[in-house]
Design a binder for this molecule. Structure first.
Ligand SMILES: Cc1cc2nc3c(=O)[nH]c(=O)nc-3n(C[C@H](O)[C@H](O)[C@H](O)COP(=O)(O)OP(=O)(O)OC[C@H]3O[C@@H](n4cnc5c(N)ncnc54)[C@H](O)[C@@H]3O)c2cc1C
Length: 136
């Protein structure tokens, strides 16, 4: 599966709940290749602290080559990411991982807890698109 490294720009930052944020990032190559259940690795700071990238599920992709991530600030890296704003740049590698199996038929129930819900929106959208295509 193809993966890319992109210098993304924050197009939108939404505060969803206390310490929970949704970022829209312009990442055309990653958005075009992404499947539900895959994730990206974000460099949350230009400095060496924190040194390591942080992983986030792809919450959804949208027209125009954008991806969204939904995350909770729980530590140093996510707090720094939550402090970024419109126009800031974030280095992003992805899409990574194998993603969900979309070949299943029959009724499906999507269950997620806490920030485990982050990838389910993309999954629900893709499943409903596939099923609509099968019916028509
Ligand atoms: C594949 C994947 C996808 C993910 N997708 C998402 C997503 O979509 N949304 C999301 O919100 N999260 C997601 N996560 C989790 C997210 O990556 C982590 O919350 C993030 O990396 C934490 O980084 P941090 O620097 O903020 O926290 P860190 O500083 O690395 O801390 C991580 C946790 O350890 C605790 N901790 C840190 N230091 C100590 C200490 N000394 N003693 C005790 N406890 C300590 C912190 O309180 C925190 O809960 C995902 C993780 C993976 C592996």
């Amino acid at each position: 599966m193809p993966e890319f490294q992109e210098k993304t720009q924050i197009l939108q930052k939404e505060t969803i709940a206390a310490d929970v944020f949704r970022l829209t990032l312009h990442a055309p190559s990653i958005a075009a290749a992404a499947h539900p259940g895959q994730f990206v690795m974000l460099q949350v700071s230009d400095s060496l602290d924190p040194l390591l990238r942080r992983p986030f599920s792809i919450h959804q992709t949208s027209a125009g080559g954008n991806i969204q991530i939904l995350f909770k600030a729980v530590g140093k890296g996510t707090a720094q990411l939550g402090g970024l704003n419109f126009g800031d740049e974030v280095d992003c590698i992805g899409p990574l991982g194998r993603g969900f199996n979309l070949q299943r038929t029959g009724p499906l129930c999507l269950i997620g807890g806490g920030m485990g819900i982050a990838p389910l929106y993309f999954l629900a959208k893709k499943l409903s698109q596939n099923r609509w295509r099968l019916r028509s």
